[in-house]
Ligand binder design. Sequence first.
Ligand code: SAM
Length: 334
Amino acid sequence: MDYSKEAILINTQKKLVNHLPRIGADKVKDEILAGLRDFPKYISPKFFYNEEGSELFEQITKLEEYYPTRIEKKLIATISDNIPLDFYNLNIIELGSGDSSKISLLLNQIPEYVLPTITYFPVDISQSAIEKSEKLIAEKFSTIHIHGIVADFIHQLNLIPKTEKRLFCFFGSTIGNLTIDEVKKFMTALGSEMQKGDGLLLGLDMIKDIAVLERAYNDSEQVTANFNKNILNVVNNLTGSNFNTRDFEHLAFYNQEKRRIEMHLKAKTDMVITFNSDTEAIFIKKGECIHTENSHKFNIDSIENISVWADFHTEIIVVDKNEWFCLVYYKKNK
Ligand SMILES: C[S@@+](CC[C@H](N)C(=O)[O-])C[C@H]1O[C@@H](n2cnc3c(N)ncnc32)[C@H](O)[C@@H]1O
């Protein structure tokens, strides 16, 4: 996650641009400090994803307890049976693309002769994730064009190229990490970036049995716990703070009223956190929690609300037999 160095890579098949320096390291530090000085304390989940965080998330997706990736991949692998997508000359923009393994499943369904007409734009805050996935996609699909974009999709949606004929993909129920207000703002912004006929494929994790939900975020191998704690390493790197991951305990539970899994880091001891330069220290008491993630769960009503904010209409909803996860295909009205 590099807010200070421009990165530009160009070869015949692959490009990569890092837009994060436009936000700037100072603004990011201020954003983190504001959360740590608030009550209750919070850190935005976008700060999970340095190189280690992206690797840990990839491991989470392979855990037996973590059902969302398994089910969503099955739905994507059969997308062309359910959704009439016209792939010719398509620009595929994947927000929060991560390891891009899901887009691979979509690209597998495109006839070989159409692939050279496709441009794939992975958009992610994690440069290491974009670099790794560009390499994998280029090896697997040697004829498509790949333009990686390192950017924050909350603040920098406007930097996504305004090409013709675009299919946006937003998988992994990543939209569930946003608060309701953020979803509203994000969908309004996305709706105004999109043009008539553009489509959005959105993956949503559905409300289900609490035990199933809580198991998915409390795995027996502690990978999710390590992923949660790693956010403090990212904060140390971006603010010069002295958090020690060993001083915190991972907490993940379902908040029924807010229909979301919440992840927190609970302090095991009193501590003083200092920062670089002349930033005032903060005090954390034993037992105090830092809220690191929400993962909202959805139902049919939420699918319709989302469409209204972005001026979309819902074309198709594809759901697994247990109705645990769904893929929604929206189209922009005008
Ligand atoms: C929950 S993971 C999902 C990854 C992948 N789409 C999947 O379904 O497996 C969220 C992804 O979004 C990226 N991300 C989170 N917040 C972001 C932001 N504000 N801007 C850009 N990317 C972000 C992370 O780096 C990560 O790759």
